[in-house]
Design a protein around this ligand. Structure first.
Ligand code: SF4
Length: 343
């Protein structure tokens, strides 16, 4: 991105006050009682131990809350954010705090270099939602929130490693960062000749569709880097009309759209849910890309679906949908040089 574009973006961001999405982000629901009262459910039924929130607080963006069904403990959107005492269960379940071994692939604050040809930047240390199954729920964001000076070291690292072709913005959720910050960073990367692709891994447009702003479209599409957005949607009900309208702006501006889901017990571990998800994604010009088995992170094992069940669900999807609507079933493994396809 030429410097002039970045400057224009900075000017446009300044002095106009927070945008709508920033106001929503500053007003996340964090109180489980408020959540359950809104949904006409009795908080006494879960008798939540405060320790659950001490280790991973509740966070729900209000547009996402509006899509939940009242009176339904089994609502698939509620299940993804509902803190439960099961998170405290210490069992011999093979879970740990860093299931993907990311601490050993972290040469600089803000940069993870796990796979050949691409690096991942933890652009923002927070999210617009806390998904209870998140594999980064124990990630050390404190030491991975670089200052501007540290970002310059990250940029130097990328510049000096000519085999890196792709940069992935991750987090937290990268779209929790401001467009001014993202435009600056993108401008720096744009000037590195060996980079080809900019990939954004995000859930924010799903939970705050107002996040797809003109300012975002500008830095994402005015760069010479090929823009790819990998959304994180687990259930078709997450793709409401307001989300669809925002996604269509990305599609019409030439952003390649992919989706990755996590196979989650009680959320999407059945054929009708996965079929409806693939069909709804395709309706919005998003290709179903990966279906992940749960990463065994401590506190989330109540979402685990056995591998055999995942294989059977993919077999059933193949028999009912065209191949391009069947996501690849994968698991991540610490130290592996790519995701592991299953079977
Ligand atoms: S990083 Fe992604 S999966 Fe984890 S809490 Fe944030 S939005 Fe959810």
């Amino acid at each position: 991105m030429p410097e002039s574009i970045i400057q224009i973006r900075d000017l446009r961001d300044s002095g106009t006050g927070p945008e709508k999405w920033q106001q929503i982000l500053a007003d996340l629901l964090t109180d489980p009682k408020e959540l359950l009262n809104f949904l006409q459910l009795d908080p006494a039924e879960i008798n939540l131990d405060p320790q659950v929130l001490a280790s991973f607080p509740l966070k729900v963006a209000r547009p996402y809350l509006e899509r939940m069904e009242k009176g339904n403990w089994h609502d698939p959107l509620l299940r993804q954010v509902l803190p439960l005492n099961q998170e405290l269960a210490v069992t011999a379940d093979g879970s740990c705090r860093d299931p993907l071994g990311e601490n050993s692939s972290n040469p600089l604050p803000g940069l993870l270099h796990k796979y050949s040809g691409r690096v991942l930047l933890t652009v923002a240390p927070h999210c617009a939602i806390h998904c209870r199954y998140c594999f980064r729920r124990h990630f050390d964001y404190q030491t991975n929130t670089p200052s501007r000076r540290s970002w310059e070291k990250v940029i130097t690292y990328i510049r000096e490693n000519a085999d890196i072709k792709e940069v992935i913005y991750s987090g937290g959720d990268p779209l929790a960062a401001s467009d001014r910050q993202l435009a600056w960073l993108t401008g720096q990367l744009d000037a590195i000749p060996h980079l080809q692709t900019l990939r954004i891994h995000t859930r924010t447009p799903v939970v705050i569709p107002q996040r797809i702003t003109d300012n975002l479209l500008a830095w994402l599409t005015e760069t010479r880097l090929k823009p790819v957005m990998v959304l994180h949607v687990n259930h078709a009900r997450e793709l409401a009309a307001d989300v669809a309208a925002s996604i269509s702006k990305l599609a019409t501006n030439g952003v390649t759209l992919l989706n990755q889901s996590v196979l989650l017990q009680g959320v999407n571990d059945n054929l009708p849910s996965l079929t409806a998800l693939s069909e709804r994604l395709f309706e919005l010009n998003i290709l179903p890309y990966y279906l992940h088995l749960l990463d065994p992170v401590a506190g989330a094992m109540h979402f685990d679906v056995p591998e055999a069940r995942g294989i059977e669900l993919i077999r059933q999807l193949r028999s009912t949908l065209p191949g391009y609507l069947v996501p690849r079933l994968v698991r991540e493994q610490a130290g592996a040089d790519s995701k592991i396809p299953i079977p």
